[in-house]
Design a protein around this ligand. Structure first.
Ligand code: SAM
Length: 299
């Protein structure tokens, strides 16, 4: 029977040769899945024997990865904001950079709850996550708010144009006990029958079409509708910005993820779409533009 260490070494080389940027990490995660442990177990016990069934399953997964399939699709799992999400080819794999959108949304919600919700004081704060994909943003936000015991004070909706994504997001909401809390709907942008929203969140596609064509890597396996933002990447975001005056409360805020090189263009588009709005770009931890914040009527 081969040991963990004996199986790992050639798999790392196989994945390196196939072009993976993270061959050791990939191999460790896949072997952990095959033997039913976590990555720490793999690293800590290189001498442990692996049964023939697990070894064969690992070999098959390594070949899938060598053919380019993302590890998150092979494992069917991705951690995002400390939460496990089911992932498969129905939706984009949640990215770590999108955690900033969740953090910014948490701050926004807590500030608003602390000061009441203006004319609708006493009513629940309305939040919508547009282009929810796996449900990552809406569900991670709801989990933080549940932990802080303020989930009852908000109404969370989520929308996506992809029926596949809606189905996957509902599965994730169910897995986290939130199916009755986060309302997940098939819709273009904000659902037409939704009441005015206090907070609009979105990580919509923002990659220029020509870039999507040559991205490679996991993008080759992810739905194009999740990535392709048109000629300059901002088509869908501009369409959402144009709806903001009609879908948000007077003191509503939108937080929209953007590409690092889109700060100025996205801010200009926001000022044009929402005259008088307060427009800000929130940077990520490396100081690069990441979230466009649009406040409809700044105080
Ligand atoms: C970049 S992915 C983000 C998914 C998820 N929010 C996340 O952060 O992992 C963009 C998502 O927007 C959806 N989408 C694209 N156009 C849309 C539209 N007009 N209305 C609603 N959703 C849209 C796609 O189907 C995809 O699920």
């Amino acid at each position: 029977m081969a040991t963990i260490g004996e199986l790992l070494a050639p798999a790392v080389e196989r994945l390196r040769a196939a072009g993976s940027d993270t061959p050791r990490l990939d191999a460790e995660l896949l072997l952990a899945r095959a033997v039913g442990t976590d990555r720490t177990g793999i690293i800590a016990h290189p001498e442990a024997p692996v049964g023939p069934g697990a070894a064969a399953a690992f070999a098959a997964d390594v070949e899938r990865r060598a053919a380019g399939e993302p590890v998150a699709y092979i494992r069917g799992l991705k951690e995002f904001h400390g939460v496990a999400f089911s992932t498969d080819a129905r939706a984009l794999i949640p990215r770590p950079e999108t955690e900033l959108l969740v953090d910014a949304a948490v701050d926004e919600v807590l500030v608003r709850l602390a000061r009441g919700t203006g004319a609708r004081r006493g009513e629940r704060l309305r939040i919508v996550d547009v282009g929810t994909g796996t449900g990552a943003v809406a569900i991670a936000l709801a989990i933080v708010l549940r932990r802080r015991r303020v989930l009852d004070a908000v109404e969370v909706r989520a929308s996506d144009v992809s029926p596949d994504a809606v189905a996957l997001a509902r599965e994730n909401a169910a897995a986290h006990g939130l199916l009755d809390v986060v309302r997940i709907e098939l819709a273009d942008l904000v659902p037409a029958d939704a009441p005015l929203q206090d907070l609009v969140l979105a990580n919509l596609p923002y990659i220029p079409s020509a870039t999507v064509d040559v991205l490679g890597g996991s993008a080759d396996h992810e739905p194009r509708v999740a990535l392709d933002g048109g000629p300059d990447g901002l088509d869908v975001i501009r369409r959402l910005l144009a709806t903001l005056p009609a879908v948000t409360t007077r003191d509503g805020v939108a937080l929209l993820e953007i590409g690092a090189d889109q700060g100025e263009t996205a801010a200009e588009a926001a000022r044009a779409a929402v005259p008088g709005a307060g427009v800000e770009i929130l940077p990520d931890l490396t100081g690069r533009p990441r979230v466009l914040r649009v406040e409809r009527s700044p105080a």
